[in-house]
Design a protein around this ligand. Structure first.
Ligand code: PEP
Ligand code: MG
Length: 912
């Protein structure tokens, strides 16, 4: 039969009767499992029992009905506990008092309910007075219990009790609760009970109705049952549900309930209570850290009513010296046992130390690195364990500025957390204004409806980028992440009027104008009016050490394949930054990013001109600039692979915005600002641009289709790559380009373009008299390509998966719109567990795996990579390596360190 209740602690002879242990956190919750473990270690844990998480779920799933037999099990456990403690709940001579605390499998600090001092009633208060000879303490305990129970269990507004307390202090002429006399507390107990009678709905709590009237429950067993029910119920309270959603904790785990004998830190100057860490959780330094209060209960420490004292002073107080020594000894035992930094709650009752909780402590990214490295040096853990312990997402924090954690601010708007880090600057509405303001020495945040390649200059100089439209793989998001610029996108409440240079914010009176200061946090996706203080990136030697350990693990080939990490970079500065961050090669160079700025004119004349000579001149000019680009990039990357993708985006992305052109024409027609010939030219241009407009550009003339429709373009690009390679080889460098054909879905597309590439490579090789052994691969980013991967593989040296487009086309979700339009609702409604543009969806991963398997089956030497945004997401990285079997992931420069760590962790998982 299923056991619902587990005992912990010792019996009266001191013999341990604990039934659980630390490995049982999914049954006993983190707190219950660790209380059991501490008891097993012989540490002083007040006795008690834990009701399992499964009981909570069974109770909740049955519509708040107790599963059969559980209440009897609790009665038996309680009787046993009373026997062990030598005290009885509600006893008029020597009462047992208990705490009832929640404890889920994962820490959810402050999210669920707790009741202390349970067991107080009119009889037991007398027993407590007799035992402590301290009536004030007894009545204060009773007052605290009625207050806490009524609020937590019966849902009475806590303000009603606080108001009564305030009133009592006023009448008594004292400033703090601690100064209230026994008589005041006695009266308060009665008044609190009266509040309960008046404010609790009898229909909701029929068990506490006597003669039609709500009466505060005095029966300790009833108190206990109601308190446990309340803790069960708090699993589903709003803040707990939200916390779980934010921290990706499943809703079906449930919380355990720990019923534990109370110990009191407020029994005079030989008593105290406190919280402590075995190392400094902020810096990681090897020192005891925490604070305590003499003569206080746990809630006083948390409430911050009195100033706490540092834990290092505990031993200095003679009455507490011994307990302090004991505590330090226990710190050592716990670290040695859990092999990690522990976070502890303790109480000293009349000189005797009691351990109330321990868990592996939360820490900052800096501390996490230092603690893990120190513990390896101390011989406590291995390098592999150290690497496993670092959260890659937390590591990301170290590389970007953040909002100062102590800063106070109101959130003006929320959007998608598109690119991490925080920024402060003046609002500007156009790329040109951004450049102009920055040239005048100002810092700016570029605010746009969405960005396009035209905005690049402004994006480059901006501290941060905000868009009101677009998702996490929108242009703004991808570019911002690539540049390491903080970005919040899809801020839908921003009604931007770029012409009037103002933003109205839905649901707020604030109107932003050009020059107003805003702050944004791209890690959290929030926007704040005014300047929030920032803390800068903390790069330490420890980060380097940890990443070099990660590299040792992921590149080790003795246990199988190496897990490689490349970078998505399309300019030498990014490439250099990525090399500093430890990228091994370039996994994706998006060549369209090389056609921006002044070069846009050249490509525009190629696309729009009907004159063959003009088009040829444009191609020649493009060839010159592209060759120069590739020389620079390949030189930076000498000795390392660099995957260069042929032109991918829809051509009209390079053209002027037809709406702006229409406005210009209409204005010129009205004002005569343009000559007749000029006007005609503008009108013809507008016709040609309109002629190229597609209703679904993401599914239109882009990728390999461009190379087929405009064969001169790939010819020019391959010529540039080959020429740059030949020149660099001649100069003694070791350029290693790989050419990639994007958006292939039909084998014949690849075959045709490959023929053009091979022919051009042969021509340049002959011209320069060098060997040009340049691999040619396919970018696999459409479901059809995955299905026919074995056919395509016959003509490709490598596949690189564009998982942004593959996700878009597998789901049929627009990558520009879905994340701001309906994915949030899908996540909230649990239709989707995670955003598929962020973490690879299992079905999309299955397609990747299928293509890898098919590719390897015809060409065992092929290599496989991933260069979509998922290449920088830890959960996806593990799937790519361990499920799909790829050789590398490629991500934006700032994500490279995170990817190195995640790849090592994936490798360690695979070793198991
Ligand atoms: C992709 O589709 O995953 C990809 C990397 O290409 P892009 O984002 O440039 O379309
Ligand atoms: Mg793509």
């Amino acid at each position: 039969m299923e056991q619902h209740v587990y005992r912990f602690g010792a019996d009266r002879t001191g013999a341990d009767v604990t039934e659980g242990n630390a490995s049982m956190k999914f049954m006993l919750g983190g707190k219950g499992a660790n209380l059991a473990e501490m008891a097993r270690l012989g540490l002083p844990v007040p006795g008690g029992f834990t009701v399992t998480c499964q009981t909570c779920m069974a109770y909740s799933n049955a519509g708040n009905v107790w599963p059969e037999g559980v209440l009897d099990e609790i009665k038996v456990a309680l009787a046993d506990m009373e026997e062990r403690m030598g005290k009885r709940l509600g006893d008029a001579d020597d009462p047992l008092l208990v705490s009832v605390r929640s404890g889920a499998p994962f820490s959810m600090p402050g999210m669920m309910d707790t009741v202390l001092n349970l067991g107080m009633n009119d009889e037991s208060v007398q027993g407590l007075i007799a035992q402590t000879e301290n009536p004030r303490f007894a009545w204060d305990s009773y007052r605290r219990f009625v207050q806490m129970f009524s609020n937590v269990v019966l849902g009475v507004d806590s303000d009603l009790f606080e108001n009564a307390l305030t009133e009592k202090r006023l009448v008594a002429g004292v400033r703090s609760d601690a100064e209230l006399a026994e008589q005041d507390l006695r009266e308060l107990v009665a008044e609190f009970k009266q509040i309960v009678s008046e404010h609790v709905d009898p229909e909701q709590y029929p068990e506490i109705v006597v003669d039609g009237k709500v009466v505060f429950p005095s029966d300790p067993m009833l108190q206990l049952r109601l308190a446990i029910q309340a803790v069960f119920g708090s699993w589903m309270n709003e803040r707990a549900v939200l916390y779980r959603a934010l921290n990706k904790i499943p809703d079906d785990l449930g919380t355990a309930v720990n019923v534990q004998s109370m110990v009191f830190g407020n029994k005079g100057d030989t008593s105290a209570t406190g919280v402590a860490f075995t190392r400094n959780p902020a810096s990681g330094a090897r020192e005891f850290y925490g604070d305590f209060l003499v003569n206080a209960q746990g809630e006083d420490v948390v409430a911050g009513i009195r100033n706490t004292e540092p834990i290092s002073d505990l031993k200095k107080i003679p009455a507490l010296h011994e307990a302090g020594e004991e505590l330090e000894r226990i710190f050592g035992i716990l670290e040695g046992h859990f092999r990690d930094m522990c976070d502890i709650e303790f109480t000293i009752e009349q000189g005797k130390l009691w351990m109330l909780q321990t868990r592996v402590g939360k820490r900052t990214a800096t501390a996490a690195l230092k603690i893990a490295i120190d513990m390896v040096e101390e011989g406590l853990i291995t390098k592999e364990e150290a690497v496993k312990r670092i959260d890659p997402a937390q590591l990301d924090q170290l590389l970007h500025p953040q909002f100062d954690k102590t800063a106070q601010f109101d959130i003006l708007a929320k959007g998608l957390n598109a690119s991490p880090g925080a920024a402060v600057g003046e609002v500007v509405f156009s790329s040109d204004d951004a450049v102009a303001r920055v040239n005048e020495g100002h810092k700016v945040v570029l605010v746009r409806w969405e960005t396009n390649p035209d905005d690049l200059k402004g994006m480059t100089v901006a501290e941060g980028i905000l868009t009101s439209h677009g998702g996490k793989t929108s242009h703004a998001a991808v570019i911002a992440r690539g540049m390491g610029t903080p970005c919040v996108c899809g801020v839908e409440t921003f009604r931007i009027d770029a012409g009037a240079k103002e933003v109205r914010i839905e649901g707020s009176d604030v109107i932003l104008h050009e020059g107003d200061i805003i702050s944004l946090d791209g890690t959290q996706g929030i926007v704040v009016l005014g300047a929030v203080p920032l803390t800068s990136a903390e790069i330490t030697g420890d980060l380097d050490t940890m990443l070099s350990w990660a590299d040792e693990i992921r590149l080790d080939e003795t246990d199988g394949r190496a897990y490689h990490v490349r970078v998505n970079a399309d300019n030498p500065a990014d490439a250099e930054l990525a090399l500093d961050f430890g990228a091994e090669a370039i996994g994706l160079c998006r060549t369209e990013h090389m056609f921006l700025g002044d070069r846009k004119q050249i490509i525009q004349s190629f696309i729009l001109s009907a004159d063959e000579a003009v088009r040829q001149k444009a191609l020649d000019d493009l060839l010159a600039v592209q060759t120069d680009d590739f020389v620079k990039m390949l030189r930076t990357m000498t000795g390392r692979d660099m995957v260069i993708r042929l032109l991918d985006p829809p051509l009209h992305e390079f053209l002027d915005d037809p709406r702006e052109l229409e406005v210009e024409i209409a204005r010129a027609e009205a004002t005569g600002a343009l000559s007749g010939k000029e006007l005609e030219e503008r009108q013809a241009l507008l016709r040609r641009i309109n002629g190229m407009t597609e209703s679904n550009p993401m599914l239109g003339l882009r990728g390999v289709r461009l190379s087929i429709v405009y064969p001169d373009l790939p010819l020019m690009q391959v010529r540039a790559i080959a020429t740059a390679t030949a020149q660099l080889k001649r100069d003694g460098f070791d350029p290693r380009p790989e050419i990639m054909v994007p958006l292939v879905s039909i084998t014949e597309e690849h075959v045709r373009v490959r023929a053009v590439i091979e022919q051009t490579l042969a021509e340049i090789a002959a011209e320069y008299d060098v060997e040009l052994d340049i691999p040619i691969g396919t970018m696999v980013e459409l479901p059809r390509a995955c299905v026919v991967a074995d056919q395509i593989a016959q003509y490709a040296e490598f596949f690189c998966f564009g998982t942004n487009d593959l996700t878009q086309t597998t789901f049929g979700f627009s990558r520009d719109d879905a994340e701001s339009k309906f994915i949030p609702l899908y996540l909230h409604e649990k239709i989707l567990p995670v955003n598929p543009f962020e973490t690879i969806d299992p079905a999309v991963l299955e397609l990747v795996k299928m293509a890898v398997d098919k590719g390897r089956s015809v060409n065992p030497d092929m290599h496989f990579g991933v260069c979509g945004e998922h290449g920088g997401d830890p959960a996806s990285i593990s799937g790519f390596f361990n499920v799909a079997g790829v050789n590398y992931v490629s991500c934006s420069p700032y994500r490279v360190p995170l990817a190195r760590l995640a790849a090592a962790q994936a490798k360690l998982d695979a070793r198991k």
